[in-house]
Design a protein around this ligand. Structure first.
Ligand SMILES: C[S@@+](CC[C@H](N)C(=O)[O-])C[C@H]1O[C@@H](n2cnc3c(N)ncnc32)[C@H](O)[C@@H]1O
Length: 282
């Protein structure tokens, strides 16, 4: 018996291909995430705990329930997002930011100007915290002075559960392990909580990248990493165009290691490093 057939046999709940297709259609329409047939086992693994929690005996019954229960539908969508992340993941982006933009931006802050950064699809917060730690360094009092200036980071995700973790800023010792020791000593307490000054500098907000964006001003830099891999080409191209519109000329866009800019959007940028793009044309 194949591994796939064996795992199908062990399923607690009935899960027909039609159930998978109904879920995939819903997730694509709401979040843009593609869930092809090859992801059926993953979908089952994420949805089964919700079926159990609702006291139902089949995925089909669960699908009927969420037709009228918007909260449960939200919990299912949340469960179907993939939130893998880590501190100092693809650290070359933060090194690039610190070398290329931070000297000018920190001067601007010191002379009363404003700086706006956006971590789009921030998951449980490791990315925005890393970004600020990398920029502020380990001189605690200088960093705290800098944070009193008009420096704001927006960090958004569609998943409410990861945003809760992000706001709390509490991580396991294993999760915190990838922060360089000196920065960890500066920014993480003995109780394994990120410094409140960092937590307060970041506005963690729910935002679906496919929906309307309430932000009015432009950002000096945007990280939108490892979320476009779940989207199809038209969704990626549209999102990238919107990200470019929300970025200052001279600002930086950082995307995930396996992601690329669509040809139309790429014309507005100069590629200046590994998946690091400088906006050169409005
Ligand atoms: C793999 S994580 C990437 C986290 C972080 N950017 C990184 O690179 O480590 C992808 C995140 O994208 C979020 N996401 C998926 N679809 C989204 C959408 N339509 N709008 C906003 N966030 C979305 C997920 O909830 C998840 O937290």
């Amino acid at each position: 018996m194949s591994a796939a057939a064996a795992s199908t046999d062990r399923r607690e709940f009935e899960f027909a291909p039609a159930d998978h297709h109904a879920i995939a259609r819903m997730v694509y329409a709401e979040l843009g995430i593609l869930l092809p047939d090859g992801k059926a086992q993953l979908v089952y693994g994420r949805v089964a705990p919700r079926v159990r929690a609702c006291g139902l005996t089949s995925v089909a019954a669960y699908l009927r329930l969420i037709e009228d229960d918007a909260d449960e539908r939200g919990r299912m969508l949340d469960a179907l997002t993939t939130n893998h992340t880590s501190f100092f993941r693809e650290a070359h982006h933060f090194e690039d930011f610190v070398e290329r933009l931070w000297p000018t931006l920190s001067q601007r802050l010191a002379s009363g100007g404003r700086v706006r950064l956006w971590s789009a699809a921030c998951s449980s917060g490791e990315e925005p915290y890393t970004w600020l730690m990398a920029a502020l360094g380990h001189d605690r009092s200088a960093a705290h002075r800098m944070l009193k200036h008009d420096l704001r980071m927006l960090a958004t995700d569609v998943s409410p559960s990861v945003l809760e973790t992000a706001r709390a800023g509490r991580y396991s010792a294993d999760t915190l392990r990838t922060i360089p020791a000196k920065l960890r000593a500066t920014w993480v307490s003995d109780r394994l909580v990120v410094d409140s000054a960092l937590r307060e500098a970041i506005a963690f907000r729910p935002l679906n990248l496919l929906g309307p964006w309430p932000m009015k001003g432009r950002f000096d830099a945007i990280c939108c990493r490892n979320v476009m891999i779940y989207f199809d080409e038209p969704t990626k191209a549209k999102l990238q165009g919107r990200l470019a519109d929300h970025l200052e000329t001279g600002g930086m866009l950082y995307i995930g290691h396996s992601e690329r800019l669509s040809p139309d959007v790429a014309k507005r940028f100069e590629c200046v490093g590994r998946t690091a793009y400088l906006k050169v044309h409005a």
